[in-house]
Structures are given as C-alpha cells and as structure tokens.
Design a protein around this ligand. Structure first.
Ligand code: AQP
Length: 335
C-alpha cells in the first residue's frame, strides 16, 4: 500500500516555491488511493532560534495555509510534529544509526549554518535525521518534496537500510521514494534566476508570498529578472536563461501544463506580453488563498481541533512503528 508523507516548516510566510514545489502537489495526492499525511514540522523550526509566542502563531498560520490551499482533514491527516512524540523517539534511535560522515555531506546544513558552523545548534546538524524519522515512523513510501530536499531523502533511505541491516529486520523500514516532479520543483528567486526562491531572502521582491495582494504579485512579476530575448521557439531554448526558464516553469505549474506546452503557445513573443499574462494567472490562483487563510485564522479553535484530531490519528500509526523499532534495538520495556 502507498503512504504519502511530507512536511513544511512553520518559519514564516509560504511562498510560491513552497506552494508549487510542495503544497499544491500535496493537494493533488489526496484521494488517489494512497493515505496522505501532511505535517507542520515545528521541531524542525526550532533548529534555529524562534520566539515562542511567534512560533505558536506560525504553526496555526501554516495549518490555515494548508487548509486554504485545499488540504482536507477528511482526506488527509494534518497535524503538527511536536504533538506526536514518536517522531522524536525514533529520531534518537536514528541518531545512533546514522554516521557523522553522512551528515557532514549535507549541503543544506552548510548553507544554513553559514560561516559560524561551530555556533550552529546540534539540532540543525541532526535535522536530516529527524526528517528521516518523520517519514519512516509512518513507513511512508512516497514523499513529495522540492528539489532541494533530494539529498535529505537519500539520507533517509540510507538510514532505513542501515537500521534494517543492523537489527536484522530486512523489511522493517521501506525505502521511501522521493517524488520530485513537475515543472516547478525548484522555483527560483525573481531577482536572481540562479538562486532558489526562499523565505529567508532579504529581498521581498525575490518571492511571491501566498499572502501577497494582487498589486504586490503584479509588481513582483513585472520586475522579475529576464533577459532581452523573446520566448524561445522550443523548450531547449530556455537553457542558459535562468530567469526566463523560471517564469515559464511557474506559468506551466500554475496551469498544470508542461513547459514545452507553454513555450509552444508563446514562442517568439516578448516577455513584456508574457509577464502581464503570468501576473493575471498568479493573482487568480494565489490571491484567493490569502482570503481563505484570513477566514480560517478568525477561528483558532477550529485550527487547533484539526491539529488535535490529526495528531491522534497520526499517533495511532506512528507509536507502534517507533515501539517496534525500540524492541528491535533491544530497549527493554516492562509496561
Ligand atoms: N524554491 C522552491 N521551489 C520548489 N520547492 C521549494 N521548497 C522550498 N523552496 C522551494 C519546498 O517546500 C517544502 C517546504 O520547505 P521547508 O519548510 O523546508 O522550507 P524551506 O525549504 O526552509 O523554505 P525556504 O523558503 O527555502 O526557507 P529558507 O529560506 O529557510 O531556506 C519542501 O518540500 C521544499 O522542498
């Protein structure tokens, strides 16, 4: 049986990259026969400093964003990580399975720790181990993520294999499949087509936030980096043109088409014509999400109830898996 798991950090406004690379695809996975679990990964958020009162708000906001984007608590298990202790329990076991050498190769840690690597938290370093536990505590088989998470998924597969080998339980954990698909697995900054669109970019013009209004969306797309050439005749003509390639990818993802399709429609036309069309499209798809989020946040009791119900259902799956792993490792439990 297929089981889908993915998570998003409650670390500020979601942007178009998070939406097209992750949350929109989470929504599409619902009702396709697989069980779907979507998690607000608050334990990941605290690997860098957070203000407690703001973090609480950010967890509710991200939950509201999930719901506003179309995640449905009737069809998916929607919950926050810290309310299911089995994630952290399994992560400790995995800390003892994973090798320091494996973690030393993780590029995201190097980027996020920056120059002051000695000053980074141990949690930031062990982040990918917790992520492996998030996935494997559900024995998830499919993990929809953006391109930037590819290396962490490979680590999760290595941890699963080594656990199974170390504890002579060949089939205990499955090998989770990364699902990195579609035209927007890596949405780039609107200011620099060689950098990932990111929550932490100091320039707000670099990203479209799901909470941006129509004017802000239109302005950001108008100012988005391209080059003087028109759209190419074929999709291969986007090579070496990161800004152009990015906007075509966003257009394709917003219309559920391929980049080749979009290029075929717009071949030879200037970006001065393409950008207003893209802006209209983005406003039409993104602006309603903010409205729905506002309505949902007016009733925090409802959000909390969704999370409580999700945590209960998630725990029912996760607890026996974590317990089984502890048993395999020889950790004695007498009650
Ligand atoms: N630019 C992107 N394009 C496509 N997918 C993306 N994702 C993130 N950025 C892009 C995907 O969104 C999901 C949630 O990611 P996260 O919660 O780990 O957030 P993040 O990667 O920390 O987000 P940012 O914006 O990149 O934050 P900072 O600035 O802190 O680094 C994941 O599936 C991710 O692949």
């Amino acid at each position: 049986a297929h089981r889908v798991f993915s998570g998003v950090q409650p670390t500020g406004n979601l942007h178009l990259g998070n939406y097209l690379g992750a949350v929109k695809r989470f929504v599409e996975m619902q009702g396709r026969g697989a069980e779907t679990l979507y998690c607000v990964v608050d334990l990941h958020a605290i690997t860098v400093p957070q203000k407690p009162a703001e973090l609480r708000g950010a967890i509710r906001e991200l939950t509201a964003a999930f719901l506003a984007c179309g995640l449905d608590p009737e069809r998916s298990i929607i919950f926050n990580q810290s309310q299911v202790p089995a994630h952290a329990e399994l992560a400790w076991l995995f800390n003892c399975v994973a090798r320091i050498g494996w973690l030393n190769r993780m590029t995201q840690f190097k980027e996020k720790a920056g120059k002051d690597r000695e000053g980074a938290s141990v949690g930031l370093y062990a982040y990918p181990v917790l992520m492996a536990a998030d996935i494997l505590v559900y024995k998830a088989t499919h993990v929809p993520v953006g391109e930037d998470q590819k290396q962490h998924l490979e680590l999760a597969r290595d941890i699963a294999a080594k656990f199974n080998l170390d504890f002579e339980a060949p089939d205990y954990f499955p090998q989770p499949e990364p699902m990195i698909e579609g035209p927007a697995t890596r949405v780039m900054s609107l200011r620099d087509g060689t950098k990932k669109m990111s929550k932490s970019d100091p320039s707000d013009l670099s990203r479209i936030n799901l909470t941006d209004d129509a004017d802000a969306i239109a302005l950001k797309i108008r100012k988005a980096q391209t080059d003087p050439e028109p759209l190419p005749e074929t999709v291969d003509g986007l090579a070496g043109r990161p800004g152009a390639d990015n906007l075509v990818g966003v257009y394709a993802a917003l219309t559920d088409r391929t980049k080749a399709d979009v290029v075929a429609e717009w071949a030879g036309k200037p970006f001065s014509a393409f950008k207003p069309a893209l802006a209209d499209l983005a406003v039409q798809k993104v602006a309603p999400i903010a409205g729905r989020m506002r309505d949902l946040l007016a009733d925090p009791g409802h959000i909390d109830a969704v999370l409580a119900n999700g945590a209960e259902r998630a725990s029912a799956i996760a607890e026996p898996v974590a317990r089984g792993a502890y048993d395999l490792a020889g950790l004695l439990r007498t009650r």
